[in-house]
Design a protein around this ligand. Structure first.
Ligand code: NAG
Ligand code: NAG
Ligand code: NAG
Ligand code: NAG
Length: 208
């Protein structure tokens, strides 16, 4: 009986270990140590919409000087990632905190070796097989054993700023323009609602 209990216990311990080994790094646990900017084409300006197979992304990354200098960065992995409006109702693009399961950033742009806080830059011709959608760029700092240890991205935490549309070279899906327009409208709309509520609250306070 004791042997059986022991085997059971060891099996459970193994299962737990296997689970922890198989889980990925938690995105929320990563410090935002990298500063990432994206511009388009030679002008170095940010464009709201670009075409795959034709336009280029100019990506710069560096280490934020106000965070402690990293000692464990080996490589910097740059990825193209879906912005929230293009993830809605699409489980196959869903963001998950476990980076092994996360489907936000499905396109590899480049991997550069880390040589210092000054960072580096890269130019990427948007590959022709990039689906038409809204995107941003994220960089992961990778340590010597291949785990993500920090990140940076070309947008804010809510992933609403500086997102851009990739239009497939084969056609311009109307739905994308509609999605972009809806998203802008939604932002303006929520701002209007916010101000209305705030005004009402202020008025209510005065009335007291
Ligand atoms: C990106 O880096 C390049 C060269 O390293 C520089 O010329 C350019 O001004 C940088 N762009 C931005 C937006 O920081
Ligand atoms: C650098 O990090 C500080 C502290 O987290 C933050 O306030 C600042 O916005 C960051 N700078 C850039 C350029 O991201
Ligand atoms: C920047 O990246 C390029 C290409 O990956 C590499 O050849 C170059 O040495 C890097 N420069 C620095 C300063 O890391
Ligand atoms: C790389 O990072 C992972 C996740 O934080 C950690 O478990 C691993 O020990 C790190 N590797 C090294 C060599 O520090």
């Amino acid at each position: 009986m004791a042997v059986f209990d022991c085997v059971l216990l060891v099996s459970i311990a193994f299962l737990a270990l296997a689970r922890s080994v198989h889980g990925g790094v938690s995105f929320a646990s990563l410090p935002r140590s990298l500063v990432v900017t994206v511009a388009m084409n030679e002008q170095g300006r940010f464009l709201n919409s670009v075409e795959s197979g034709k336009d280029r992304l100019l990506i710069n990354w560096s280490v934020n000087s106000s965070v402690p200098a990293p000692t464990n960065f080996k490589n910097i992995k740059l990825k193209l990632c879906y912005a929230p409006p293009s993830q809605q109702n699409r489980g196959w693009r869903k963001s998950t905190d476990d980076l092994k399961k996360d489907k936000t950033c499905q396109f590899d742009i480049a991997t550069q070796s880390y040589a210092g806080a000054a960072g580096n830059s890269t130019e990427w011709l948007i590959s022709k097989d990039t689906p038409g959608a809204l995107y941003f760029v994220r960089a992961y700092a990778i340590n010597s054993t291949g785990s993500q240890v920090a990140y940076g991205q070309s947008t804010n935490a809510a992933k609403t700023e500086n997102i851009f549309t990739v239009i497939p070279i084969t056609g311009r899906p109307k739905s994308l323009y509609i999605a972009t327009a809806c998203f802008s409208l939604f932002s303006v709309g929520s701002l209007a609602i916010f101000f209305t509520i705030e005004r009402k609250l202020a008025a209510a306070k005065k009335g007291k």
